[in-house]
Design a binder for this molecule. Sequence first.
Ligand SMILES: [Zn+2]
Length: 352
Amino acid sequence: MSDRCYSCLREIKRRGYCTKCKKSLFNGINIKPLNFDKTEFYEVKTQMTERMSISGVQDKISLTFGDSKTLTPTDKNGRYILKPIPRSHDSATRLEDIAANEHLCMQLSQQVFKIPTAYNGLIEFSDGELAYITKRFDYVVNEETKQVQKLDQEDFASIVGHTKDTHGDNYKYDSSYEEIADNIKRVVAASVPALEDFYIRVVFNYLIGNGDAHLKNFSLTRGVGREDYSLTPNYDVLYSKYHIKEDSDMALELFKNTETTAFGAMGYYTLEDFETFAEVLGIKKRRLNKIFQNILQTQNIVHDMTESSFLSQNAKDSFNDNFEKRVKECLCYSISGYKFIGITQPTIDKYL
Ligand SMILES: [Zn+2]
């Protein structure tokens, strides 16, 4: 009998976490299942009202270490964020898969797309139901003082100056990925690698069908004792289209003003848009080739990891179908004049 690690999804002998994930996610502690259930979770949780989005659907609370091996709810200095499978919701469907969905997408971000990603996994409630858990990355142990320290962190809604007052209820969505990139150029000293990292995150969100990668889901931080800013680890990524039907392909437009010929003709982003977007970010052709080459090679790994995830079979099939379709649209379709060309082999040849 083998099981899958609740974090990295690799096969392990006993239910729980592999040694490596236990170390990264729980500082090496043999963590016990939570000592409360979902009913108690909702008693703890304070209600928040937000624009209808996946983040509005997902309820969350903070956890911290209680006695040495259990995590307990806290309202200050939480070290973990817990998101259970929500109760039914008017605007979202198939919620029973949402925790496993976010877990899979975060693992793909980390393991397959090699994006710096918040440590994450699944954890059992006292009745065995699984919830999604992620370790906060804004609390770190200062190696010199051994004290826990909270890092400076700012999300892009705040960096570009969007608030409810200035831009209305839709303020998190009223922007473009190009505008975020402009601000990375302006604020981040090592902007070349940061822009490439950001580019891969945008493409990743597109490929997994995350229509909710808005301004607040990208942030900058300063490490311990550092003056310069860098992107925080990736967080809050999931295949949102599985739960919210009317979700657009992407939360933000790619460009501030530009529209490519292909987008004008097809009405959705394709290869030409992602090539143009790379140019706008200053990513060299040679690097872009490498990025696309890597993406084309991920398909089997993504498929296998999805199959070993904790999603229902229906969600696995849907995820895989969407991912394959998006890879084709992102990398293999463009337009020559107004004649559509479904470039399959030629494009693959171009990037491989
Ligand atoms: Zn593991």
